[in-house]
Design a protein around this ligand. Structure first.
Ligand code: NAD
Ligand code: IPM
Ligand code: MN
Length: 356
């Protein structure tokens, strides 16, 4: 198969982990006889430094022209510590999602059995946890009207959803539920927010087309609690942009670490495959970042954008074998991990490659 892949590492550990993700894709191409071509483009702080723009036109043109995008992360402490900065790395990420129409962000929370002890949740509550989040990605408070008023002393952001936006993400989540355990939890705050009442109304309407799916509604505060109390209660979850952002960082602790969670952002145009984590300033440049979220994002890319199921499975099997062999990065090591089994980013990548 011939495909053109755009590599967009971004900032911080995005650079470090995406390098590993790319090597894994190259190895798969060689092993299975595919002709993948690659290009690279700037986004975030790296793009601001080079061009003044967090999503340069050149990057966007390359994105639209490629078959899939392997993305790292954006962010830099400079902006995090300067709330007044008008141009920010995160604007590049949000504009990319909007411009490419990536309204559905799939975030699988899959616990590898070997990491049962790495989580802060009791193993007996965790074993077998397997959740698929559908986070709406191009609406909500992220894209609503925002303003500073009252001579700068008051600010607001608008949480806004239209019916069509809820309907299309709900359909994707119901479709996925039909291929899994046929259970769907819709998460909102309909006891308070009008946009959530619209959300619930639309989800109930879409549910009529999926009589086999057992639909449950939870308020976001209760859902946050239930995730930790009983992670196995969950199958597919559908929720808005902000609630989904927060709940999936929480859910990363079910899988053991932020460094384990991959995601697929799909919709109207080229799919973007990205770890859920950020640029992680605290560990940038230390060579200790867990590359598995990027590697597993590459697996999602092969499966979802290219339909290459065996290739995608081969990556997951290699990750599993690496964990079974006892290799860990620092974030997923536990008290029993021998020091010589704790690897850096590149060495962990080499282990995965050796098992492919
Ligand atoms: P973060 O996800 O970067 O880091 C949170 C914590 O998880 C840190 O302690 C970090 O060391 C750890 N962590 C994250 N990924 C890891 C990995 N692969 N291996 C080991 N440990 C890992 O979130 P943050 O610290 O809140 O944000 C840092 C910057 O990243 C900010 O500028 C933020 O805006 C940006 N950000 C970007 C994205 C994205 O590009 N998709 C996502 C989240 C945050
Ligand atoms: C994510 C990040 C982004 C988000 C930020 C950096 C804009 O946290 O991809 O989860 O909130 O969507
Ligand atoms: Mn996030």
């Amino acid at each position: 198969m011939k495909k053109h892949i755009l590599i967009v590492p971004g900032d911080g550990i995005g650079q470090e982990v995406t390098a590993v993700g790319k090597k894994v894709v190259e190895k798969i191409a060689a092993k299975f006889g595919h002709e993948f071509t690659y290009d690279e483009a700037l986004i975030g702080h790296a793009a601001i430094e080079a061009t003044g723009d967090p999503l340069p036109e050149e990057t966007l043109v390359k994105m639209k022209a490629s078959d899939a995008i392997l993305f790292g992360a954006v962010g830099h402490p400079k902006y995090d510590n300067d709330p007044s900065a008008k141009v920010r790395p995160e604007q590049g990420l949000l504009k990319m999602r909007k411009e490419l129409g990536l309204y559905a962000n799939l975030r699988p929370i899959k616990l590898f059995d070997e990491l049962l002890e790495a989580s802060s949740i009791k193993p007996e509550l965790l074993k077998g946890a397997d959740i698929l989040f559908f986070r709406e990605l191009t609406g909500d408070v992220y894209f609503g009207k925002r303003e500073r008023i009252d001579e700068g002393n008051t600010a607001y952001d608008t949480m806004i959803y239209s019916k069509y936006e809820v309907e299309r993400i709900a359909r994707k989540a119901f479709d996925a539920a039909m291929t899994r355990g046929k259970r769907l939890m819709s998460v909102d705050k309909a006891n308070v927010l009008e946009s959530s009442r619209l959300w619930r109304e639309v989800v109930l309407e879409v549910a009529k087309d999926y009589p086999e799916v057992q639909l449950e509604h939870q308020f976001v505060d209760a859902a946050a609690m239930l995730l930790i109390k009983d992670p196995r209660k969950f199958d597919v979850v559908v929720t808005g942009n902000l609630f989904g952002d927060i709940l999936t960082d929480e859910a990363s602790q079910i899988a053991g670490s932020m460094g384990m969670l991959a995601s697929a952002s799909v919709g109207d145009s080229t799919g973007v495959y990205e770890p859920i984590h950020g640029s992680a300033h605290d560990i940038t440049g230390k060579g200790v970042a867990n590359p598995l979220a990027s590697v597993l994002s590459a697996a999602l890319m092969l499966d979802i954008s290219f339909g290459l199921k065996a290739e995608s499975e081969a990556i997951i099997t290699a990750v599993d074998a690496t964990l079974k062999a006892g290799f860990r990065t620092r974030d997923i090591a536990d008290a029993n991990t021998p020091a010589d089994m704790i690897l850096g980013t590149e060495a962990m990548g080499e282990q995965i490659l050796s098992k492919l």
